[in-house]
Design a protein around this ligand. Sequence first.
Ligand code: ZN
Length: 329
Amino acid sequence: MVNKIFPWHDTLWSRTLQMTTQDRLPHALLLCGPQGMGKSAFAQRLTDYLLCQSPDEQGNICGQCKSCLLLKANNHPDLKTIIPTNTSKTITVDQIRALIQFCNLTANYNRYQIVIITPAESMNRNAANSLLKLLEEPPSNTLILLISHRPMALMATIRSRCQRLDFSRPELTTLKNWLHTQLSPDVPIDLLLNLSNQAPLAALSLVETEGLKKRQTLFNDLSQLVNGKIDPIRVVENWQALEATQLLSWLISWTMDLIRFASTQQTVYILNQEQVEHLQRWGKQLSLSHLYQLLDLQQEALRFVMNSSTIRLQGLLELIALTWIAHRR
Ligand SMILES: [Zn+2]
């Protein structure tokens, strides 16, 4: 069995391994940090290690024991993974109740029963309250791994009952070196890391999904829109072909650059440096109040998407496109 081992996990991994060997592993760990840091891979590696019947001292699994084979077949009775249901995109109280029943069982093969809840912020309020009771009286030999891209969206009482593993601030050189080994030399790694919130797997996925090209096309469209060369309705049609979170994050990033430039008149504060000339020109055309209005609208749309509500999205996108050109009237 091949584990996904990433160099920026090294410190957290040795710390976790040490907790395990010294018998200090808490009942619940909160793995938090932006999407694309490999938190799930880390949770999987830890699960494999804890369930393997004869791992080595570095935390490598044997790959041959009954547990390893069951894990490989995604069929280990001592592991339960909870993800949002397809219909509601939330983790429901029924799922957590089933989980509590699972925790009352005795482990089949090992000392541990392991639960992975991902992403933990998908739990609705009832589910979160139900989990809280479990965290308050944790069954022995159960390890609960909560994975969260937005830990602040979790109830504070849940956060306080978990030991935190923070994936958000790895060494930038470690990330760059790793990306160099994964990508061809002509890929702009600094730009990729900027666009992906310094999350290396998100950066890699931007290349794999042709994200850089899509972003450039989006920027060209926006440029035509601002210059009155394309119909806003047409632009919204193009926007709807993109993944909404990504579309809005990119629009917000350019708007923030424009606000920084309009407030300071200095291009050094522009993060999207490869588009600096356009942004500088627009920053002179668009007023600050107008830019803040755009920012508010785009952030509101992003909140809608994050809360899995796309009902009003088209209307909001049309309003955003019209607001980008409102200065022309
Ligand atoms: Zn094994």
